[in-house]
Design a binder for this molecule. Structure first.
Ligand code: SF4
Length: 176
């Protein structure tokens, strides 16, 4: 399985969620959220398609196949835009955009920085990619590869860390 930005994002949140997602165990709620996020992006930034393009990109990172579909890439300025429906900023969002920037650069495509836009918060966050971030991304890719290929599902996090997770009932009803 190729490592993509969604898996990099989920790694920052929960290893169990990563394994479940990668092994195609999904909850209906998850797809609803994806649809809602897409709608927020389209409704909040209707002008976006005019200056940005969708980019599908792939590269090997330390021998592991990786790919990404970047929804909004401004080739003129070398800027990646990512829209999040979340009402809170998260490190996982930054990780996802750094992964995009790294894949673009590995393909020789200009990638100066990223901008995460939070329509609900009416805020943006600038994301940069430095040398030490590259080593970090390479470690994430290796870690994701290890986790999704392990036979057993990693243990659940404590309930207090599972707020808003679509697997909540699955993890905390099945196991108890
Ligand atoms: S409910 Fe908690 S343990 Fe289960 S996948 Fe979600 S975050 Fe991880």
């Amino acid at each position: 399985m190729n490592i993509n930005a969604t898996l990099i994002n989920i790694l920052q949140i929960c290893q169990r969620e990563l394994w479940l997602h990668a092994n195609n165990i999904t909850m209906e709620h998850t797809s609803d959220l994806v649809t809602e996020g897409k709608q927020i992006g389209e409704e909040s930034y209707p002008q976006r398609a005019e200056r940005n393009q969708e980019v599908a990109i792939s590269a090997e990172i330390n021998g592991i196949a990786c790919n990404a579909k970047i929804d909004f890439y401004d080739a003129k300025s070398g800027v990646v835009h990512e829209i999040k429906k979340s009402s809170a900023k998260e490190m996982a969002h930054v990780s996802q955009v750094q992964f995009y920037l790294y894949l673009l650069r590995k393909n020789g495509i200009e990638a100066n920085y990223g901008i995460i836009e939070y329509p609900k918060l009416r805020q943006t966050e600038k994301v940069e990619l430095h040398e030490d971030d590259i080593q970090k991304i390479e470690r994430w890719v290796k870690k994701v590869d290890e986790i999704i290929n392990q036979e057993m599902c990693p243990p659940s996090l404590p309930k207090s860390k599972c707020r808003n997770c679509s697997y909540f009932d699955f993890c905390h009803t099945v196991e108890e």
